[in-house]
Design a binder for this molecule. Structure first.
Ligand code: NDP
Length: 449
């Protein structure tokens, strides 16, 4: 057997890479992880975690307003200070970055703070020029925001920069209508910015249940977020006063203070040297892998967003764990991609698991749909005219639950445990047999008609 410097060399210390590295090291493998930026990756450094903390911060805008109806004397000049929230969130990110570093190191894996590229099937080249060898190489370099190429696109930001803004824009235009666009539209709106969201089609959150998406669109519009559809970027021009004039197809130009692109994320494979080892990638730049995360080169594997299978942190973590279990833990494991729950932390949030009504009808023909369209008790007292919607889609003959889709306060928290039931293949009857937990919003799940 060849004598390698390491058993495993991981490129990228995000969610998938970190899990694979530390578990493989714990199984006894000699592991190194290269990270060119900060340990933790997109989720921890510039994604899910700081975003969720901002969402908590933003929610106070409505909570403070609603609090008056619950008897609290909230002053009219109750001010919000962006710099305080931003700095507190960034210090939490620093803490997590250190915690991730400690976790990797205490597992016995070595962290190399350099960019690494593939030099051959068993060779990695570090930015310093040093070549290291490994029996296996795992690519976990994640993805990066896609920025449409239009004149002046350099004047726009992406979610990466949104966490570091010096001040909040008075007017922001967000391009895209997916997860990031809707989450940040809600955030900036709650912080007091005027938000315009534009998209190339008239579909928001493609892939989510149509009725649920429509409800978000209706509530967001009611709150004051502006939507422009069938609008493609023509260009951004910076004006003398620093504002940005945005030209788009099908609509008048719009003047804003900030443009944010949220038009998808592309796998980080550029300049990675994949061709040096015969590693193949698809038309989107994603590394193609088999069910064991193995690329077209036998000794090179990939997990997480760089493979563009399901761009979600918990999925990358499972892929990293499965890789370590299979190759270093003597427990061959393949990730099950069926019934992955997901949420959009919009205002209000959306959560879903399994097939949407449309997808279920396409697959099964006839299906049964049960739903509850209700105004949460807290919204009633607060005078907030926002209705929640819970939908359960079941197989017509067996009543087996095919999907559960929800919009309303706290639905991501509610869906997680209900997703266990969907994954376990339970039927509507199992929900009906469960006594309601009253009074709660979640009880609507066992009272669906
Ligand atoms: P999404 O794929 O969710 O949405 C992309 C949006 O951009 C869509 O509205 C799409 O339009 C539009 N779009 C795509 N390509 C172009 C283009 N070339 N020009 C103009 N518009 C374009 O991407 P996001 O960037 O919002 O998020 C990336 C991924 O990150 C998500 O897929 C998700 O997996 C993950 N994520 C998950 C979160 C969570 O779990 N809460 C939060 C944030 C991100 P259309 O659909 O009309 O074609």
């Amino acid at each position: 057997m060849a004598d390698y410097d390491y058993d495993l060399f991981v490129i990228g210390a995000g969610s998938g890479g970190t899990r694979a590295a530390r578990v493989s090291a714990a199984y006894g493998a000699r592991v190194a992880v290269a990270e060119e930026y900060r340990v933790g990756g997109t989720c921890v450094i510039r994604g899910c975690v700081p975003k969720k903390l901002l969402i908590y911060g933003a929610h106070f805008a409505e909570d403070l307003r609603d609090a008056r109806k619950f008897g609290w004397a909230v002053p009219d000049d109750c001010a919000f200070d962006w710099a305080t929230l931003r700095d507190n969130v960034l210090s939490e990110v620093d803490r997590l970055n250190k915690a991730y570093t400690t976790t990797i190191e205490s597992s016995g894996a070595e962290i190399i703070h350099e960019r690494a590229t593939i030099a051959g099937p068993h060779e990695v080249k570090l930015a310093s020029g040093r070549i290291v060898t490994a029996e296996r190489i795992l690519i976990a370099t994640g993805a990066t925001p896609h920025v449409p190429s239009c004149p002046g696109h350099k004047h726009g930001i992406t979610s990466n920069e949104a966490f570091h803004l010096d001040s909040l824009p008075k007017r922001i235009l967000i391009a895209g209508a997916g997860y990031i666009a809707n989450e940040f539209a809600g955030l900036f709106h709650q912080f007091g910015s005027h938000v315009t969201l534009i998209n190339r089609t008239d579909v928001i959150l493609r892939g989510y249940d149509e009725q649920v998406r429509d409800r978000l669109l209706q509530i967001s519009t009611m709150k004051g977020i502006e939507f422009r559809f069938h609008a493609e970027f023509r260009g951004i021009e910076k004006q003398a006063d620093g504002s940005l004039m945005v030209e788009m197809t099908g609509h008048d130009p719009i003047e804003v203070d900030c443009v944010m692109f949220a038009t998808g994320r592309v796998p980080n494979t550029g300049g990675l040297g994949l061709e040096n080892a015969g590693v193949e990638w698809d038309e989107k730049g994603a590394i193609t892998v088999d069910a064991d995360n193995r690329s077209s080169c036998d000794s090179i594997f990939a997990v997480g967003d760089v493979t563009n299978r399901v761009q979600l942190t918990p999925v990358a973590i499972r892929e990293g764990q499965a890789f370590a279990d299979t190759f270093y833990g003597n427990k061959p494991t393949q990730v099950d991609y069926d019934c992955i729950p997901a949420a959009v932390f919009s205002h209000p949030p959306i959560a879903g698991v399994g097939l949407t009504e449309g997808a279920a009808r396409e697959k099964f023909g006839s299906v049964k749909v049960y739903q509850s369209d209700f105004r949460p008790m807290k919204n009633v007292l607060a005078g907030r005219n926002e209705r929640a919607l819970y939908k359960m889609i079941c197989e017509a003959n067996t009543d087996r639950i095919l999907g559960l889709h929800m919009i309303g306060p706290d639905v991501p928290e509610i869906l997680q445990s209900a997703a266990v039931a969907v994954k376990a293949g339970l039927t509507k009857a199992a929900f009906d047999a469960t006594v309601a937990l009253h009074p709660s919003m979640a009880e609507e799940l066992v009272l669906l008609k």
